[in-house]
Ligand binder design. Sequence first.
Ligand code: NDP
Length: 327
Amino acid sequence: AAAPVTVTVTGAAGQIGYALLFRIASGAMLGPEVPVKLNLLEVPQAVHAAEGTVLELLDCAFELVAGIDVYDNPAHAFDGASLALLVGAKPRGPGMERADLLAANGGIFSVQGRAINDGAADDIKVVVVGNPANTNALITAAHAPDIPASRFTALTRLDHDRAVAQLAARTGTGVSAVRKLAIWGNHSATQYPDISHATVDGRPATELVEQDWIRDEFIPRVAKRGAEVIAVRGGSSAASAANAALEHMRLWVQGTPEGDWTSMAVPSDGSYGVPEGVVSSFPVTTSGGSYKIVPGLEISDFSRSRIDASVTELQEERDGVRALGLI
Ligand code: NDP
């Protein structure tokens, strides 16, 4: 049998953690042949709740689970990890300024970056889910100087999936008919869901929907979907965020299908005028455990202005954490 892969999940006692762990344990992320060792990290006051989740994981008798441990010490939680899903983050509290939020998360992600640097496996792959995800990924990478920055990514697959679902609904097709959608920029309301290169059943999406619909309905709906879920469900999206985090990792490890892309926030290599090092979402293909930003796409003036607006926000966040000495 294959050796178990160590997967570290932070914020394991939270809503997303609860929706994520059982699916990882069932083999939905790494496939039905790959045993997993689960390392759960929580803050001390949530360790007990995480242990409750472990009881339920054990009660599922998942055949692929080679062991489960709960930690409050990041150095232990990331020891030997090949995959890390950083879900736990400090939510914005009442009256909290943006700088306070960045500082609180800076404390969390700098410590985790160092722990990953010192103890994770050589092939470590990291996805940050906790918000502000792109900038938290930047902070984590900055504290792991011995690991290539390219291993530190942030989640925009949920935005991607939301966009696919909206386009499929609008064109009256199934989601499997939609290809080559892209999310650019920040996982925030400034993100740019882009259908310029998308196809639906092989036809250009832009021939099937109106420009007005794209600008006035599709883009804001996708960008504000999180708020819509909160308003309707009475709680923030958890199962869909967990599903997207799992898909992000699954595709990174197993590869994107021929003729399609996914979206990942990754440290820019300067592609498409996004300043080098900024963790911004791009369309990517994955293969053999690495990803590649899709090259050579034509960018319209409309797309350019949307990408630039979101990247400007990311640069402001980067300047903010720099001013706080967090990177
Ligand atoms: P959730 O599990 O619901 O969310 C966790 C994080 O994911 C939040 O930062 C949330 O951002 C973010 N997120 C990103 N994308 C989405 C999305 N599309 N929809 C919803 N959330 C999204 O939070 P809980 O409060 O239930 O749980 C958090 C857990 O993390 C707690 O158990 C806490 O103790 C733990 N924690 C652990 C740390 C550690 O391991 N060191 C550090 C800090 C916290 P947003 O807030 O913007 O919704």
